[in-house]
Unconditional design. Structure first.
Length: 413
């Protein structure tokens, strides 16, 4: 090969066949002012912006995304801020652009994370007709949700979100609940879980721990500082929250109520890769696209240091497969302390998300995960049931078969 052919061959080998990008068409703009939101202050990165993705950026993004994917499934993930602030016409145009650039035989999945405030019949019909998967932010019953999820007038938002839940259900829109676990609702795991499962009859739930770092240089929202706010869930709280819900789930709800945290971790016990990047061995396959076309290494690292470039100047696949981004991905493993490398649960945890790795180990090493103690307590509790479910699946059964096993054991004990 000539030198240029060798270079092109190497570049092709470093290009991922697929990747994930969270698109933020309104940047950090939102119609709420949640106390724990890490993204609201990212508007400081674009002081003169109107925070609306232009039609040009919209089209280049969709074109580049479909051209770069070498697999028959492409996910288009809309986030914010609050993406519904763009209005329905923006998303109708996105559907047209996706059909324009879609390769033959490609399955398209559109997802949207929303606070639900603007949802109405028209939005829900659109979601249903275009097979959107919606993530709806809800932190539990009214008093727990309204504790931190307020609008700009400092009023609670619970009733409006519940209205959105009912609209989504009435229009048969597939959705899951994203519950941010903070210092307040973490004290009530039974109430939170039962509310989602029994009161709302939701089948898909994801729990996200709030780890809100106190920045050293003002409230930037950057991943800096080794202290957390009082709103942040404490490690032991997080562990007990997961343990309490897991014990309930594994006895009666496996296969009926899908707690995405548990499903993702079960993949580790089976020996495969889960759906959560936080538990992967490396990072780098989930980026964030700002409203103006700036691409960042990760949704949690929308900071100048982690800006890869702009898709209006550089093809997205070149930014995604750049050495800078690959190093970002490798750093998750390369910076893992010996304390973690020796842990019996490394195979399932892999140090969790780098954004939370700002503590020191008992030996004084850096990059220990803030939530380590909570996760370890949970893993110790979940280990045996997870191994049983993994064995059931490997032998051609289903994870939910553990419920009947427990029932038979209870009858003979």
């Amino acid at each position: 090969m000539h030198n240029d052919e060798v270079l092109n061959h190497c570049n092709m080998n470093t290009r991922p066949a697929s990747f994930h990008v969270m698109i933020k068409p309104t940047g950090a703009q939102c119609n709420l002012a949640c106390d724990y939101c890490f993204f609201l202050n990212k508007d400081q990165l674009y002081p003169k912006s109107d925070f609306r993705m232009s039609g040009e950026v919209q089209e280049v993004y969709i074109r580049d995304l479909f051209e770069a994917h070498q697999v028959p499934r492409v996910t288009v993930a809309w986030q914010g801020g609050e993406p519904t602030l763009m209005g329905l016409d923006f998303f109708r145009r996105s559907m047209l652009l996706q059909r324009k650039y879609c390769k033959a035989g490609t399955y398209i999945e559109n997802t949207m994370q929303t606070n639900g405030i603007l949802l109405n019949e028209e939005w829900c019909r659109f979601f249903h007709n275009n097979n959107f998967l919606i993530g709806l932010s809800l932190d539990g019953p009214k008093d727990l949700h309204d504790a931190f999820r307020k609008d700009k007038g400092r009023q609670g938002t619970f009733d409006r979100v519940i209205h959105a839940v009912r609209l989504l259900q009435e229009h048969a829109v597939e959705f899951n609940i994203l519950c941010s676990v903070n210092s307040k609702n973490a004290e009530y795991p039974f109430e939170v879980y039962h509310f989602f499962r029994d009161t709302l009859n939701t089948r898909y739930i994801q729990f996200i721990p709030i780890v809100e770092r106190i920045n050293k240089n003002g409230n930037t929202g950057f991943q800096e500082g080794d202290k957390v706010t009082e709103r942040s869930v404490r490690p032991e709280q997080w562990g007990e929250f997961l343990i309490t819900i897991f014990n309930e789930w594994v006895k009666r709800d496996v296969g009926q109520t899908f707690v995405l945290n548990f499903d993702a971790l079960l993949a580790g016990w089976i020996g495969g890769k889960g759906s959560f990047c936080i538990f992967s061995e490396t990072c780098g396959q989930a980026m964030a696209l700002e409203h103006n076309g700036d691409l960042y290494s990760c949704d949690h690292f929308v900071e100048p240091e982690y800006k890869l470039g702009n898709i209006m100047q550089t093809p997205m696949i070149e930014l995604v497969s750049s050495e800078k981004q690959r190093k970002f991905g490798r750093d998750k493993t390369d910076t893992l302390p010996q304390f973690c490398r020796k842990c019996e649960y490394l195979f399932v945890c892999n140090g969790e998300c780098p954004k939370n790795r700002f503590m020191k180990t008992p030996d004084g090493e850096s990059h220990l995960n803030y939530l380590c103690a909570g996760y370890k307590a949970f893993f110790e509790t979940a280990d045996q049931p997870m191994r049983i479910m993994a064995e059931l699946i490997k032998n051609g059964g289903l994870a939910k078969d553990i419920i009947s096993l427990d029932s038979r054991c209870g009858q003979t004990s």
